[in-house]
Write a protein of this length. Structure first.
Length: 353
């Protein structure tokens, strides 16, 4: 029989919200010693840590939402050299059995850390990756709005007066935007003038959004190249793909224990689905970071079109009876392993081995 010694010190758990955080403290034996509510600001973070330290030395703190409401607290605790563990919210069965309240969730977070159920270190994005993430959010919004703007222009043209519709309906994307931006509607006293003014405003908005995308792409290219030049050198990896992978991994990808953990983070690690007489079966992983998953898919598609070894792999696996989606999933898993080796410093890989 193996006896596991209890870890010394206090384990904390925090349920985070916009305006307040609720903390729970457990002793080394897992007994609840207190719960308390604190403000979600600098003074509240300091008070929360002082409250935890009143029960003893703080070893680890499990925090829900380290990428949203809990990001400020996680950064504060890391500056105090306290290990922050990212905790998922309790599943529905647990909430159904124990009820739902902030103290209950905070206690569950602490117990997940103490039991070893939650082990993932909170992601850090305060350096290059934090800047990349902010610019990617703005770029994604600009691209989406630009697409919507063009679709609205096309919808206006469908219902425009016949003369105006015939003038612009056959124009290409760029020529339509440029031509519409130069329209002179004059006084809006006719249906044609109203449509012209609508097209002009939408076209100018499209041009403004395109200029935003160009500016953001320039800074993203500089930041991504500085953060991971080796990653950008891989076949099929562009600035947008590399940015998505970097944001998923964070500023310290060493927190990912193995390339399998990184594959799981990206949603490309098959999940076991065996039961009873069915063994060795796996199912598709639909979790993980979907932006990173999409980035891996784009790398695979580019390599299938341009990379000879990837084409040969596709042909061989097709002869073995695998479908194209299944082959792409296998290739995404291989690409995840390749990218992980470029993200993690060689020294860290040697230590892990």
């Amino acid at each position: 029989m193996t006896i596991v010694e209890a870890a010394p010190g206090v384990t904390g758990g925090v349920d985070t919200h916009l305006d307040k955080h609720v903390a729970a403290a457990l002793d080394p034996l897992g007994r609840l010693v207190g719960t308390e509510s604190f403000g979600a600001d600098a003074a509240g973070y300091k008070a929360l840590l002082s409250w935890l330290e009143a029960f003893g030395e703080v070893t680890k703190v499990g925090v829900e939402g380290t990428g949203s409401y809990g990001v400020g607290l996680a950064r504060f605790l890391r500056r105090k050299n306290i290990e922050v563990v990212e905790v998922n919210r309790p599943n529905r069965q647990t909430r159904y059995a124990r009820g739902k309240s902030d103290p209950v969730d905070a206690e569950a977070a602490a117990r997940a850390v103490l039991s070893g159920e939650a082990t993932g270190l909170a992601k850090v994005d305060t350096d290059h990756v934090g800047m990349i993430r902010a610019l990617r959010v703005a770029r994604r919004s600009a691209v989406k709005m630009r697409t919507q703007t063009y679709q609205q222009m096309k919808a206006l043209i469908v219902t425009a007066p016949a003369d105006l519709r015939e003038q612009v309906r056959s124009l290409s994307h760029d020529r339509l935007v440029d031509s519409a931006a130069c329209l002179r509607p004059g006084p809006v006293i006719t249906p044609a003038a109203a449509v012209k003014l609508g097209l002009k405003c939408l076209a100018q908005r499209h041009q403004l959004l395109s200029a935003e995308v160009v500016t953001l792409d320039r800074d993203l290219a500089r930041l991504v190249a500085a953060a991971a030049p080796a990653l950008c050198a891989l076949k099929g990896v562009g600035i947008d793909v590399a940015g998505a992978v970097l944001v998923a991994a964070g500023d310290h990808p060493e927190r990912l224990r193995s390339e399998g953990a990184f594959a799981n983070l990206c949603g490309v690690a098959p999940l076991p689905a065996s039961s009873g007489k069915t063994s060795g079966r796996h199912r598709l992983n639909r979790g993980g970071d979907r932006h990173a998953n999409c980035a891996l898919w784009r790398i695979v598609i580019v390599r299938l079109a341009t990379d000879a070894p990837t084409k040969q792999y596709m042909a061989r696996r097709t002869q073995e009876g695998m479908s194209k989606p299944e082959i792409i999933r296998c290739l995404k898993r291989y690409v995840a392993r390749e990218i992980y080796r470029e993200l993690i410093p060689r020294a860290a890989l040697a230590t892990a081995a």
